[in-house]
Ligand binder design. Structure first.
Ligand code: ASP
Length: 332
């Protein structure tokens, strides 16, 4: 008797993995051009691995996605999981540019133990040696594997499996772009086998308190970069635009100019939360001491600024208590 295939939900959002260009070329292509059905057809054997239910969630370059899309995506995945106990896992195809942000948002918002794997590619579907088909095949292998359960949202590219919290796009062009600085990948795909070597140690998915089901939007959180001669202009503009939080990509473990610091101080007096992170690419800032929290400052731990922005926006959608938010930064 033929064995029942595991069920996988494939949500396509666009990106280079769905990109089209001149035959064979790796540059000058248009992301988000081919449909989810065409994407499936580029992967021989995908249908043998799993029964795939596909949804064209969007078909855009990832930078065009919005907070609304994140909320809709998280709520869709949560409702599909709760409606179908036989669903084994979810795969999300995504542009690589801001993949780490969507993946981290889902890592904090999905309320299920089953795997969610976010996948992209650096070369369009029409390129010579396109990396998308193998990345997608690997993502489905991971999504149906028992070992991937309970590890939160995973990012699969280039035969590596990364934790959504740790991973970042580290190179604008190369196929081996995704890295988890100082943490390393959780595992690897080798042929038909999935090999895990590490576990995420921070709270994720079903372990967090975050509930996106009733959220209409996320509060505005902006990002300001520290450098010599940076004045407070960006921070003042963000406050004027209604920012509820501002992430500072500080030099080193928290350095900013006197002018930037004065603007930060003024922002906290206006009720804006200032989150200190680092522009270094690795390393941690914090945890914030009591007197910092009282003044309206919190710290990012080792989250990079764009990931810290995700957690701060989600946190501010749930509370304005800075001790609670700092606690989430220390534990998520
Ligand atoms: N521009 C693409 C995006 O949608 C880049 C990629 O997928 O690699 O993020």
């Amino acid at each position: 008797m033929e064995q029942k295939k595991p069920k996988v939900l494939l949500l396509a959002t666009g990106g280079t993995i769905a990109g089209k260009g001149a035959p064979g070329k790796t540059t000058n292509y248009r992301p988000g051009e081919i449909s989810v059905e065409e994407l499936i057809e580029t992967v021989p054997g995908l249908g043998d691995l799993a029964e795939i239910k596909s949804v064209q969630f969007a078909n855009v370059a990832s930078i065009a996605l919005t907070h609304q899309d994140w909320l809709n995506l998280a709520n869709l995945i949560n409702s599909e999981f709760s409606a179908d106990p036989e669903l084994r896992g979810v795969v999300v195809t995504h542009g690589t540019d801001v993949l780490e942000e969507t993946a981290y948002f889902l890592h904090l918002s999905i309320k299920d133990i089953r795997p969610v794997v976010v996948v992209g590619s650096m070369r369009p579907a029409t390129a010579l040696s396109a990396d998308g088909p193998l990345n997608l095949l690997n993502a489905v292998k991971i999504a149906v594997s028992q070992e991937a359960e309970g590890k939160g949202v995973l990012v699969a590219l280039n035969d590596e499996i990364h934790c959504a919290r740790d991973v970042t796009k580290g190179n604008a062009n190369k196929v081996e772009t995704f890295q988890s600085p100082y943490c390393g990948p959780l595992g690897f795909v080798k042929g038909d086998n999935i090999h895990f070597y590490h576990q995420p140690s921070r709270l994720h998915t079903y372990q967090t308190v975050f509930d996106t089901s009733g959220l209409k939007d996320l509060p505005r959180v902006d990002l300001a970069y520290s450098h010599i001669m940076a004045d407070g202009a960006a921070i003042e503009a963000y406050v004027e635009r209604g920012a509820k939080g501002i992430v500072i990509a500080a030099a080193g473990a928290g350095a900013v100019t006197r002018e930037m610091s004065q603007a930060m101080e003024k922002a906290t007096q206006a009720g804006v939360v200032i989150l200190l992170g680092t522009r270094c690419g690795a390393g941690l800032v914090g945890p914030a001491r009591q007197e910092m929290l009282k003044r309206g400052y919190i710290t990012a731990d080792n989250l990079n600024p764009q990931k810290a922005r995700v957690l701060l926006a989600l946190a501010l959608a749930h509370t304005d208590n800075l001790e609670t938010i700092q606690d989430w930064f220390n534990n998520c």
